[in-house]
Design a protein around this ligand. Structure first.
Ligand code: AMP
Length: 401
């Protein structure tokens, strides 16, 4: 089965065509600047199955429909294509940010599912409308091809009320659905499964998904019991440009002091905060490392603060689970930054966490960095959200046959 995985953002569409016979990526790419935001549209396409070079071209994408049409065109192109006809694509799996309380697992998209995703727009106002545009564009150009929605929030729906309820009046939960939802669920689920596969089963796992967006997740026997993000992806540890947790009164105070609207304040907290704000330089951890190594104190503080908050959550989740058997690192920073992994683990020795310095320098999709005397297994595992989306899509499509 060949599955097209689509991740539609407000002005971009990322895609991968995955051959489920062996899980290989046949082609992947990105359409940018849909709707003319920030200049002329652009498509980048890498036809991995052919061994050909990357294809890159300017192209006008007035809406998501033109972007999806361009993706199908290049996937079937004589020179850069990887399939002869669109009909070779068996199904489409869509990443959808917010499933609210409506979705506890992935599902085949029909009118009722679209209506439910629409109902979740107030909870995910930045992403759900774009995800819907991607779904509708695919439905229009690939009629009859099954479409599946895979939610970032679904994996976290096993959290107990003590983890997901906020200490505010019950009506806000019951009527407005205000609660912790959590995100990166597809990645946390992939790592939980992979960790169990590698070790033959893991009881209490803390997964650190550290990238441009970061979240940690406490997982017992493969099920999420707590996670750092909340109603939105703004909560938890500081991130590339997101503040992470702060006292809600900061919002009121800065709105009053500077005359910001709530929406302006939220843009600041989402786009101009995190390690970007702390360093005053960059949201990219590579730049921060370089800056800190060159003696920049703000870059050093940004790295220290990020590691400190991650380490605090590792301690909190060990307490929440009555211990921890395994810690995993994944995503851009988690997979690539040996220094950040070392910073986070440094100070967790009291919990029996030790990493092997030499192993920590190694690279690979799965690297065991557990120290010789460590009581807790520590591993780096590369995440693969697209494969997880494709697997869910395949399973649902086969079950529906
Ligand atoms: P992601 O959101 O998972 O794609 O992660 C992207 C982020 O990973 C980038 O913004 C960088 O901050 C970080 N990153 C990627 N490679 C490295 C590296 N070699 N060292 C430190 N950080 C890295």
């Amino acid at each position: 089965m060949k599955i097209l995985v689509v991740n539609a953002g407000s002005s971009s569409v990322k895609y991968q065509l995955i051959n489920m016979d062996d899980g290989s990526v046949m082609a992947k790419g990105l359409c940018e600047r849909i709707g003319g935001t920030g200049g002329v549209g652009h498509i980048t396409h890498t036809p991995l199955a052919t061994g050909k070079e990357k294809y890159s071209s300017d192209k006008d994408f007035p809406t998501h429909a033109e972007a999806i049409a361009a993706v199908l065109e290049i996937l079937t192109d004589k020179e850069y294509g990887v399939v002869k006809e669109i009909s070779e694509i068996d199904a489409v799996g869509h990443r959808v940010l917010h499933g609210g309380m409506e979705f506890t697992e992935s599902c085949i998209i029909d009118d009722a599912v679209i209506a439910a995703i629409e109902r979740c727009i107030p909870l995910g106002p930045l992403h759900n409308p774009a995800n819907l545009l991607g779904i509708k564009a695919c439905q229009a150009v690939m009629p009859g091809v099954p479409q599946v929605a895979v939610f970032d929030t679904a994996f976290h729906m096993t959290m107990p009320p003590k983890a997901y309820r906020y200490a505010i009046e019950k009506k806000y939960y019951e009527e407005d659905h205000v609660r912790r939802y959590g995100f990166h669920g597809t990645s946390h689920r992939y790592i939980a499964q992979k960790a169990a596969e590698i070790t033959g089963g893991v009881h209490r796992l803390i997964n650190c998904h550290l990238g441009n967006g970061s979240s940690l997740c406490a997982i017992v026997d493969g099920k999420c019991v707590d996670t750092t993000m909340g109603l939105s992806p703004l909560a938890g540890v500081p991130m590339g440009t997101r503040s992470g947790d702060l006292d809600p009164c900061v919002v009121e105070y800065l709105c009053n002091t500077h005359g910001y609207t709530v929406s302006e304040m939220l843009t600041i907290l989402n786009k101009k905060s995190g390690v970007l704000a702390l360093s005053g330089k960059s949201s990219d951890f590579r730049d921060l490392e370089a800056g800190a190594n060159a003696g920049d104190e703000d870059c050093a503080l940004a790295l220290e603060k990020f590691a400190y908050e991650c380490r605090k959550y590792v301690g909190a989740y060990a307490a929440a689970m009555g211990g921890v058997d395994m810690i995993t690192f994944t995503a851009g920073v988690g997979e690539n930054s040996d220094t950040m992994r070392a910073r986070i683990c440094d100070g967790l020795q009291y919990m029996g966490v030790e990493i092997d310095e030499e192993a920590n320098h190694q690279r690979g999709d799965v690297v065991d960095i557990t120290g010789k005397n460590s009581k807790v297994k520590v591993m780096v595992i590369a995440t693969n959200e697209e494969l997880m989306i494709a697997k869910d899509t395949e399973a649902l499509v086969l079950a529906a046959k």
